[in-house]
Design a protein around this ligand. Structure first.
Ligand SMILES: Cc1cc2nc3c(=O)[nH]c(=O)nc-3n(C[C@H](O)[C@H](O)[C@H](O)COP(=O)(O)O)c2cc1C
Length: 158
């Protein structure tokens, strides 16, 4: 089975999840496509597709949206997984997930995941540091990354 993971990551949390997914999906032939840097391959040529991004100021990366709108009909024919990295948890995280992925995709997806998030101040721009310090009231790195959720996602998706 050919699987493609299309993703966007600002400071590396989504990317970490993507490489873990590849490791956990070891029985599949997995290709990783970074929507920011890589040539965007046609999703039609894969059997299974995973799409993941992260939340910044309540929104997912624009290129993730462009990708799913452009390829909506293809994605709706494939075995699909959707995931998100964000710092909000529980209902708030779920609300963000529902806001950034269209209902058609969410209901079609075989597997969905909320993998938590990280604040890594060393990777933030000054403006981001300023915002996060104000909102999270800390200037210390925090990780709420949920490796177990990534594992569970891979198990369900495989
Ligand atoms: C400037 C900034 C704004 C953020 N806004 C939100 C937000 O609105 N909601 C949320 O749940 N997480 C928010 N986050 C947390 C990110 O989703 C989290 O850092 C995630 O790990 C980012 O993944 P990435 O580095 O792979 O892009 C924000 C982070 C930054 C740096």
């Amino acid at each position: 089975m050919k699987t493609a993971i299309f993703y966007m990551s600002k400071h590396g949390c989504v990317e970490k999840a993507v490489f873990l997914l590849k490791e956990y999906l070891k029985n599949d032939e997995v290709e990783i496509i970074n929507l920011k840097k890589d040539k965007i391959k046609d999703p039609e040529s894969y059997d299974k597709i995973i799409l993941g991004g992260s939340i910044h100021a309540g929104m997912i990366q624009r290129k993730i949206k462009t990708f799913y709108f452009r390829h909506l009909n293809v994605l709706l024919k494939k075995k699909l997984g959707l995931f998100l990295c964000c710092m909000e948890e529980g209902e708030k995280a779920k609300k963000q997930f529902d806001k950034v992925f269209p209902a058609k995709l969410r209901t079609h997806a075989k597997t969905t995941g909320l993998f938590g998030g990280e604040f890594i101040f060393g990777k933030m721009k000054p403006i981001e540091k300023f915002i996060i310090k104000k909102i999270a009231k800390t200037d210390k790195d925090i990780s709420k990354f949920k490796k177990e959720e990534v594992k569970l996602f891979a198990k369900k998706f495989a």
